[in-house]
Design a protein around this ligand. Structure first.
Ligand code: HSE
Length: 398
């Protein structure tokens, strides 16, 4: 019997309880033993829940119960979740989580404790929700040097951009609709300003390199500056605006990771990842390009990945897990300024278009929009624009 405790009975935590309950028999067949949900830790009681009798309010009961094998952390954030994760690992329990903030900011320390205690710290659900990506990358692509990762890592912003592109909604209208449908939170800043995608590309970059890449090392721009004008200009050149998280590995092993809107060719698989779905492309030096696609969020999809990790931890009980990444000695990250691309530019007034650019519309007194023909760094681009002029500029993914 494998005993599980869930910390935080919100959307994902309750989904985990449901998956364990619904799929009890097939899980038992797979593992060769039953999985039992022993405790649910939450500040609230859930008298109407099927699992209400398992709710407790004191973490030390879980910490001190030698029968608890796996702790599922679905609290979120990096405060109390960090304390409970540390304590659970120190108590010799494997921990499984969907908490990308905690993994991206404290993964190094938590993986080290897990290694010392010969338990697992697993987080498949932290990137791409229900999409298998972490385990395939570490196992199925293990023979590859990962050269590039780029993808739509945030479902909320992809929903907003999709509604702008397909429904001609303004950013504000699309955000409101996403909130009404429960995709965007009341405070949507972590999604729309790119922090969520930043944490996810930090995790993927750390996995790809084996060295810790911190969110602070990842320049991040969200989607709040994108207007319907940009969407229309992109359409003129058969492109769609998508928020991408990207990691590029240079030949010398240095990497650059960033999050920013890109103009993506409309006929590519990534451009056709719509709504709340995520799509992640990984390029290995042996396999070439592979793509992972599916529901990047949602109760049952995310719970599916969390419970798969529970089963993995249970299968490898008392085994030393291999650390996924450690602190890098010296700097491993090169500047985004070195990543040259073509650019899309929209200015807030008419300007004489710089040489070597493709005009996107009739020039009016209010705006000039164009694509550069040449790949430039951001500084090189800005040097060609009138100083101090209000403008937006987004990378073109060729
Ligand atoms: N807010 C996230 C998203 C949820 O929209 O993708 C899953 O991490």
């Amino acid at each position: 019997m494998i005993n599980v405790a869930i910390l935080g009975f919100g959307t994902v935590g309750s989904g985990v309880a449901e998956v364990i309950h619904q799929n009890h028999d097939l899980i038992a067949r797979y593992l060769g033993e039953e999985v039992s949900l022993k405790y649910i830790l939450d500040v609230h009681d859930f008298p109407n829940s099927l699992f209400g009798d398992r709710v407790i309010h004191d973490f030390s009961i879980i910490e001190q119960d030698p029968d608890v094998d796996v702790v599922v952390e679905t609290i979120g954030g990096a405060r109390i979740a960090l304390e409970f994760t540390r304590r659970a690992l120190m108590a010799g329990k494997s921990v499984v989580t969907s908490n990308k903030e905690l993994v991206a900011t404290h993964g190094c320390e938590l993986l080290r404790i897990a290694e010392e205690k010969r338990v697992s710290y697993l987080f498949e659900a932290s990137v791409g929700g229900g999409i298998p990506v972490i385990r395939p990358m570490k196992q199925c692509l293990a023979a590859n040097e990962i050269e590039e990762i780029y993808g739509i890592l945030n479902g909320t912003t992809n929903y907003i951009l999709t509604r702008m592109i397909e429904g001609a909604l303004s950013f504000e209208e699309a955000l409101k609709e996403a909130q009404e449908k429960g995709y965007a939170e009341r405070d949507p800043s972590a999604d729309i300003e790119g922090a969520d995608a930043c944490r996810k590309i930090a995790i993927l970059s750390s996995l790809a390199t084996g060295w810790y890449i911190a969110p602070e090392q990842i320049p991040t721009e969200g989607i709040t500056g994108i207007t319907l004008q940009d969407v229309d200009f992109a359409k003129q050149v058969d492109r769609k605006i998508k928020l991408l998280g990207r990691m590029i590995r240079r030949e010398d092993g240095m990497v650059c990771a960033y999050v920013a809107p890109h103009l993506v060719r409309a006929d590519t698989p990534l451009a056709n990842v719509v709504g709340v779905f995520n799509g992640i492309q990984i390029r290995g030096n042996a396999v070439g390009d592979v793509m992972f696609y599916g529901q990047g969020a949602g109760k049952m999809a995310t719970a599916s990945a969390v419970v798969a990790d529970v089963l993995d931890a249970a299968k490898h009980k008392n085994e030393q897990t291999h650390p996924f990444w450690t602190e890098a000695e010296g700097n491993l990250v090169y500047s985004l300024e070195e990543v040259k691309t073509r650019w899309y530019v929209r200015t807030a007034a008419a300007i004489a278009m710089p040489e070597g650019c493709i005009a996107l519309s009739e020039q009016t007194s209010e705006t000039t929009a164009f694509l550069t023909e040449e790949a430039l760094s951001e500084q090189e681009l800005l040097a060609r624009l009138p100083q101090g002029m209000a403008q937006v500029h987004y990378r073109v993914l060729d």
